[in-house]
Design a binder for this molecule. Structure first.
Ligand code: COA
Length: 329
């Protein structure tokens, strides 16, 4: 059986920065509250002309360039997002057209866990022999789903995209993946209206039901419970333990969640990567953006074991263990 190995990585961030000082002028909040409760200092916001597919395509172009490959070399695109350009066509199809690829393309929507679910889809396609080179993208323009009058959510999220190129290899890159879902927790984090259950109407839009609604403390408790379990399970299915992982790369939702994760896994806080201060929660994009930060700063070495973990609405969660087989930057 062939394995899936990472041969390219790339990212794209919109230029505009929204700082906590900017938010102080928009809602009843303070920089001190946001930094203490979340660790976030600023986040990127897409320009009016940018969309999830445009951000995703930029990240994918960077990953293809890093791999030394072109659009014709890719035979599947799997894009994870919670802020698709449209309900349909898929954002992946729009990215395919932007890149000039001709391969199949599909969206995976598991909220902030979308990237891990997308990685599973891509890895399975390679391991089954159905694909040789797959673009896996996490892309979000989450700012368009935010209620900018709700201080409980608007301080948390940002926009961005990250992408990997996976290639069939004799060397194992992606090792164990463990996914989970619990739909009984659907109500704690939701964009309720705009789909077939609650089609967009003037009343629903006036009630802001087309925007993110969240019970923050419920999500917090869920996250700190499932993250260590998922990470341990993915490491165990890779015949590895917590001590073998050089980097833990969690979905960047809240610095306090990341710190609790480190404590519950019994690892030093500096092995749990964080760029949340600069980017906030970029949902499906946060894990590939974090991997790209580690790569471009020279912090990934061949052979390093990375434990990725995502969690979010659904409820959904998932962890993946990856051996970095690409060279150091
Ligand atoms: N500025 C100032 N005060 C704020 C605020 C803000 N931006 N947002 C909420 N508050 C207030 C609340 O209104 C509440 O006031 P009250 O006690 O007078 O009612 C108080 O702060 C405490 O609110 P609470 O929701 O209990 O705070 P918290 O410590 O749980 O922190 C979150 C709130 C959202 C930061 C935290 O729950 C969290 O990060 N949860 C996880 C969210 C997440 O990661 N979501 C995405 C998952 S993919």
């Amino acid at each position: 059986m062939k394995h899936a190995a990472i041969v390219g990585i790339g990212a794209y961030l919109p230029e505009r920065r929204l700082t906590n000082a900017d938010l102080e002028r928009m809602v009843d909040t303070t920089d001190e509250w946001i930094v203490t409760r979340t660790g976030i200092r600023e986040r990127r916001i897409a320009a009016d002309h940018e969309t999830t597919s445009s951000l995703g395509a930029e990240a994918a172009r960077a990953a293809l360039g890093d791999a030394g490959l072109g659009p014709a070399d890719i035979d599947l695109i799997v894009l994870g997002t919670s802020s698709p350009d449209h309900i349909f066509p898929s954002t992946a199809a729009l990215v395919q057209a932007r890149l000039g690829c001709t391969c199949p393309a599909v969206d995976v929507m598991a909220a902030c866990t979308s990237f891990i679910y997308a990685l599973q889809h891509a890895t399975s396609s390679i391991e089954s022999g159905r694909a040789k080179r797959v673009l896996v993208i996490g892309a979000e323009v989450f700012s368009r789903l935010i209620d900018w009058t709700d201080r409980g959510t608007c301080v948390l999220f940002g926009d961005g995209a990250g992408a990997l190129v996976l290639e069939a290899s004799d060397e194992a890159g992606v090792l164990g993946i463990e996914l989970g879902a619990d739909g009984t927790g659907a109500d704690v984090l939701t964009v309720k209206a705009g789909g077939s259950a609650f089609p967009a109407t003037v009343e629903r839009i006036e009630a802001r039901e087309h925007l993110v609604q969240m019970a923050g403390s419920e999500v917090f408790k869920f996250a700190v419970r499932v993250i260590p379990e998922a990470v341990r399970a993915a490491l165990a299915s890779s015949d590895l333990s917590v001590a073998d992982a050089r980097w833990f790369i969690p979905h960047q939702a809240n610095q306090r969640i990341l710190d609790t994760m480190a404590d519950r896994l019994g690892v030093p806080h500096d092995r749990v990567f964080s760029n949340i201060a600069n980017l906030g929660n970029t949902s499906a994009a946060s894990i590939p953006l974090a991997m790209n930060d580690l790569y471009t700063t020279g912090n990934l070495r061949p052979g390093d074991v990375l434990a990725l973990v995502g969690f979010g609405a659904g409820l959904t969660w998932g962890a993946a263990v990856v051996r970095w087989t690409k060279g150091a930057r």
